[in-house]
Design a protein around this ligand. Structure first.
Ligand code: SAM
Length: 485
């Protein structure tokens, strides 16, 4: 392999995710991981600081600093990392947790990913692609649960799932208004594509473009993606730059933990965030932390790098310290117990009531035939909403930011100026009120109205608090919906 020089501003994958730099980072982190004074200094740097003009800021961490914290094994320092992760989460996002669901459109795929059951050589899995009528039916089912925000998922297949198909599906999703429901934000998780296609997705009104790197380790990447367009590591790794060139402001990164050594992946992930900040002036909107799961012909134990729940939580906490303004997502791949643990490490979004099969939401029983992976948290959305509230998290169905043009750096500045409590918090409460009136079980309603009462009082601006309360009354007493600040 040619020797590439590390350059966060470069647009060449091997330079901004630089193997030599990652190796040096890991060696440096290993050498200094027990240097308590240095660990303290880095943790202190990561803590939120009040700004004289209101709100607070966080410095974030470089990939070297963050890697050192991840390597640190001094128990009280690790405990401190967890505390600061929670502190940062509360400072910027408050106690809100954004809720979404994945919607699987098609499992046709021409790639050969070794960890994914949609791989081309899997002849036992029935292939299915939703028609527009089926998309409509799935969306009605999702709206009947109470969802407002979706992440669409699809295999890569230029014949069965061309960009036109994805665009049609997005149009259909936004067009469905069932009872008081609608889908207000469609995030898109599809394979790396061209600037022109990203432009089309932007024009279709998508929220975040999500693409998991799977692994930042190039050699492993090439081995794990032996065939198909996804084999092209550079095309895949440089996708977010093309997405941003195509006008998409909000991009979501992720690593599929379990494929490679987690410390390597972590350094790569933080470097990717640094690269986006250096080139585009704005970091990733979200980071997802999936772990490889059992699926049709996939055995997660076939991969050597599985991580314990403790390590997983530590990774999440270190991500929180490194990239404080980035939302962090944990899916139903994880159990209730692990999700509860991660909520305390800075996670800001969870999925609920998910089905990972094509057409799964319209089936009475959870179908397994076309499932992409086993869902560990199989609770209903209502159970998840109540569970969040019982641990003092406000479930938020809010989708206001991108619809009000607060994407990219504009969203980040909302975070930094502390205006979130006058904006996101009332929006969360109003969308929670919609959920309670339109979809919740009596038990959840009870917990929910008590929470809204408590949480309204936290809105600092008197007029915002008053308007939010009035809107919530209107939601209770009429069909008026979709209020937002
Ligand atoms: N096909 C698109 C692509 O190639 O990026 C994205 C859609 S795919 C449905 C979404 C993600 O599911 C993948 O990026 C991968 O990280 C994850 N995934 C695949 N197989 C998995 C498994 N066995 N367990 C957990 N997650 C898996």
């Amino acid at each position: 392999m040619a020797a590439f020089k590390y350059d966060p501003k470069s647009l060449v994958a091997d330079e901004f995710i630089n193997d030599a730099e990652i190796r040096e980072t890991l060696a440096w982190a290993e050498a200094h991981k027990n240097d308590a004074a240095l660990v303290d200094e880095i943790i202190e740097k990561a803590r939120p600081r009040p700004r004289p003009e209101g709100g607070c800021t966080c410095a974030g961490l470089t990939h070297r600093e963050a890697s050192l914290l991840l390597a640190c094994e001094i128990p009280e320092k690790v405990e401190r990392i967890f505390q600061v992760a929670e502190e940062i989460k509360l400072a910027f996002y408050g106690n809100r947790i954004v809720i979404f669901a994945p919607l699987y459109l098609s499992n046709y795929c021409v790639n050969g990913c070794l960890y994914c059951p949609y791989h081309l050589k899997n002849k036992t899995m029935p292939r299915r692609k939703l028609s527009q009528d089926e998309v409509r039916a799935e969306v009605v089912a999702l709206q009947d649960m109470g969802h407002k925000r979706l992440a669409i998922e699809s295999g890569e297949d230029p014949v069965h799932n061309p960009i036109e198909y994805i665009l049609d599906c997005i149009k259909t999703i936004y067009s469905v208004h069932h009872k008081n429901g609608d889908i207000r934000r469609v995030n898109v998780n599809i394979a790396a594509t061209t600037v022109e296609n990203y432009r089309k997705l932007k024009e279709a009104g998508i929220g975040t473009y999500i693409l998991f790197q799977e692994t930042y380790h190039k050699e492993s990447y090439l081995r794990l993606h032996p065939t198909g367009p996804k084999h092209d590591y550079n095309w895949h790794t440089e996708a977010m730059d093309r997405a941003m060139e195509g006008g998409i402001d909000d991009v979501g990164l992720g690593v599929l933990f379990g494929l490679e050594l987690y410390k390597y992946e972590f350094a790569g992930l933080v470097m990717h965030a640094e690269h986006l900040e250096a080139v585009h002036g704005v970091g990733p909107h979200t980071i997802s932390v999936p772990r490889v799961k059992r699926a049709d012909d996939i055995d997660p134990d076939a991969f050597d790098n599985g991580i314990s729940d403790e390590t997983f939580a530590k990774i999440a906490a270190c991500i929180r310290l490194a990239v404080p303004y980035t939302g962090m997502i944990v899916s139903t791949r994880e159990t209730e117990k692990v999700r509860a643990q991660l909520l305390r490490c800075g996670v800001s979004q969870v999925s609920g009531g998910s089905r990972t099969s094509v057409g799964g939401y319209t089936e009475q029983e959870r179908p397994h035939e076309t499932e992409q992976f086993d869902v560990s948290d199989q609770r209903t959305l209502d159970d998840v909403v109540r569970w969040l509230m019982e641990s003092d998290h406000v479930p938020s169905f809010c989708t206001a930011c991108y619809r009000a043009g607060r994407t990219g750096d504009r969203f980040m500045s909302l975070c930094k100026t502390g205006q979130i409590l006058n904006c996101c918090h009332p929006n969360a409460l109003m969308t929670l009120a919609e959920y309670l009136v339109d979809y919740a079980t009596p038990e959840t309603k009870k917990v929910g109205w008590a929470m809204i009462e408590r949480e309204l009082a936290k809105i600092p601006k008197e007029n915002v608090r008053r308007v939010a309360a009035e809107n919530i009354e209107a939601i209770k007493n009429s069909d008026r919906r979709d209020f937002r600040f």
